[in-house]
Design a protein around this ligand. Structure first.
Ligand code: GLA
Length: 383
């Protein structure tokens, strides 16, 4: 039996014991890992992003009511909301992601039906791989299917981002939801957050992407993310730009001295990180190993000295990744502050790489990390 068949059985069984009978629709949406472009999305820059095989499933069936009733297999919890309510659920904050999607879809004039559903996710929670976006995008796909209308995937991503910004209350950019909706099997996406367009990027044969989860806590809704965002917006405003990545590298450098020192550090990182995105896309498709090593090292150096989003656990993991066999480059992922990191590794040495990182990191921290390869998966849709 394949993993997917087992997973399907598990979800179907849970559905039958919670609601009786079987689900009528199965939707899924992937998590993501960014290969380059930390915090560039809300500065309307570029990101090289990979939708991953770790995904969130919702198996659902309309219930002829105006209620959405859900069981989360991962959390072993039940919760529900009424489609005409706007109240968040402090007891089960996970349902707010779905409720938020229902609210914004209705604000957009789309008719929704109540449903019963079981959620199962292989995207680890709170680790920087966008479990929230995967849940939002899977939920939007369920509402879309049951409502018998369809949304353009970019529009769907924007509505899910809106749910997270306005209902959940996390001021994230478009990266996570765009990747989860627009993913294509087999390729990374070079995303332009200004125009909301993307181009497929094929990673050269022989290069694998490996997630290295530090298993140390991160908190996206925490003040640091909002503070970085405000500092960048302040920098852009002081330089007369509506977003930082509107400025060319040269234009920025010539006026950096006008900024307060802390703002200049943050902005310098974003401007340089934005430039590294296209460079890494080119290096990965050409299989240019020295460029991969140089660009990823510069990204982590900036994340640690300029943007200051690294943690002691991330530095230990970085040392473990760089010392392991087969590594081509490594850096932070997601918002930073702990969580997952990402390495580019020669595929014929994936096992040796994982074993070495695991034992190095464990010896230094007494925490067992999770190390696993990922590959590009399709965006939100049906199973
Ligand atoms: C989180 C946010 C994204 C993006 C990244 C950092 O994942 O949700 O919008 O800002 O952090 O690149």
């Amino acid at each position: 039996m394949t993993f997917d068949t087992q997973r399907r059985d598990l979800v179907a069984q849970a559905f039958s014991s919670c609601f009786g009978g079987l689900p009528s629709v199965w939707c899924r949406a992937p998590g993501r890992v960014d290969l380059m472009g930390s915090h560039t999305d809300y500065n309307l820059g570029a990101v090289l992003t990979l939708p991953i095989g770790r995904d969130t499933w919702i198996a659902a069936r309309p219930n002829s009511s105006s209620e959405v009733r859900l069981h989360s297999l991962n959390l072993g919890a039940d919760a529900s909301f009424a489609l005409d309510s706007n109240e968040k659920c402090p007891e089960h904050p996970w349902i707010d992601y779905i409720h938020g999607v229902a609210v914004v879809l209705q604000e957009a004039g789309l008719p929704l039906c109540g449903f019963d559903g079981v959620i199962h996710s292989t995207v680890p929670l709170r680790s920087g791989l966008s479990s929230s976006a995967a849940l939002e995008c899977a939920a939007a796909t369920v509402f879309e299917t049951l409502g018998a209308w369809s949304l353009d995937p970019v529009e769907k991503a924007l509505l899910c981002q809106r749910a997270e910004n306005h209902f959940v209350g996390v001021n994230c950019g478009i990266l996570d939801q765009f990747t989860s909706c627009m993913g294509r099997q087999g390729c990374a996406l070079l995303l332009d957050c200004h125009n909301l367009t993307s181009q497929p990027v094929t990673i050269a044969e022989g290069i694998g992407v490996v997630i290295c989860d530090t298993k140390s806590q991160r908190q996206l809704a925490g003040s640091e993310y909002g503070e970085r965002r405000a500092q960048c917006e302040n920098g852009a405003r002081l330089l007369g730009a509506s977003a930082l990545c509107e400025l060319t590298h040269e234009a920025y450098i010539s006026r950096e001295h006008e900024l307060p020192p802390i703002v200049a550090k943050r902005c310098r990182f974003i401007i340089e990180e934005h430039a590294r995105v296209a460079a890494l896309a080119a290096a990965l498709s050409a299989g240019d190993h020295p460029a991969i090593a140089e660009l990823t090292a510069a990204s982590f150096h900036g994340a640690s000295h300029l943007y200051e989003i690294t943690s002691p656990a991330m530095h230990t993991m970085m040392a473990a990744m760089l010392a392991a066999p087969g590594v081509l480059g490594a850096r932070q992922a997601g918002a930073g502050f702990g969580g997952c990191m990402v390495a580019l590794v020669q595929v014929d040495q994936l096992d040796e790489f994982a074993a070495a990182v695991r034992s190095h990191y464990f010896a230094a921290t007494a925490i067992l990390p999770e190390i696993y390869p990922v590959s590009a998966a399709a965006g939100a849709g049906f199973l």
